[in-house]
Design a protein. Structure first.
Length: 268
């Protein structure tokens, strides 16, 4: 079994936890993976592609039948409106899967662009179907990931529909922090945020001026610090209170697996 901060010896040789692709680190966060599962997941990363900063990977209305697994960098999903504006729907971070429903819904109703230089692994949906038909645990992990994304979409609707600008910004920063923490890309309570205020404004349904003022209020309240695209969450508990933040869906899925493991141990 592979667990955080241990080593795995499989078809690919010795592989330290820190060297695992982010997708595998995310799954290890849920539960230990056995060598066969690790090797099957590594095969999903065999075909790789790089995109330049600002490059549009997927375009609204196009047909695209492949999935992209983000291994390095950030991207965002958005919808273009007829008046020339856009709504950013969510962000893709290392370990996330872009276009996960490619097999069932190949025609896109959104676009995806790279925020930073981006590296992805290209995965054919047919391989996923074959994998999940023979690996029930991996299919459950995948369903959990999709469930978290669905929950995040629900949070985004509530965020821009009912929360104040102050709460929206606090909530989004907390969500990004915990998503990055799961794949080992935070340091204490800090993380790299390569997102401009324009992008943040388009995510939260605010003007750029309002976005700037909101971030200033969070800094003034000593809740966050910003320096060269690095965000420090100075008082996470207070920030959660302000945002009414209840945690990511992935954390809830982890508790399900922990409960299942405890049940098995009691029964044996």
């Amino acid at each position: 079994m592979i667990q955080p901060k241990t080593e795995y010896c499989g078809l690919s040789g010795n592989l330290a936890y820190d060297a695992l692709p982010p997708l595998l680190r995310k799954l290890v966060y849920l539960q230990s993976l056995n060598p066969e599962e690790v090797d099957l997941l590594l095969k999903m990363h065999a075909t790789r592609k790089a995109f330049a900063k600002g490059k549009v990977l997927l375009k609204q209305g196009d047909i695209h039948k492949d999935c992209f697994i983000v291994t390095h960098g950030w991207a965002y999903r958005y919808a273009d409106l007829y008046d020339g504006s856009r709504q950013i729907i969510n962000y893709y971070l290392p370990g996330d899967i872009i276009n996960p429903f490619a097999l069932a819904m190949p025609t896109l109703n959104y676009s995806v662009a790279a925020i930073t230089p981006l590296r992805v692994s290209i995965c054919k949906p047919g391989y996923l179907m074959e994998l999940f038909s023979t690996q029930s645990r991996l299919s459950l992990f995948y369903a959990g990931m999709l469930g978290r994304e669905d929950s995040s979409m629900a949070e985004q609707i509530v965020r821009i529909g009912r929360r104040s600008a102050y709460q929206r910004a606090a909530h989004l920063l907390l969500e990004l922090y915990y998503r990055l923490k799961i794949v080992g890309l935070t340091e204490e309570h800090s993380f790299y945020l390569p997102v401009t205020q324009n992008l943040l404004a388009d995510t939260l349904g605010l003007s750029v001026v309002h976005m700037n003022r909101t971030l200033y209020r969070l800094r003034l309240a000593n809740l966050i610090k910003i320096r060269s695209h690095h965000i420090s969450l100075v008082n996470i508990d207070k920030l959660k209170q302000v945002a009414e933040y209840k945690g990511t869906y992935l954390e809830q899925i982890k508790s399900v697996f922990d409960a299942e493991a405890n049940l098995v141990s009691v029964q044996t």
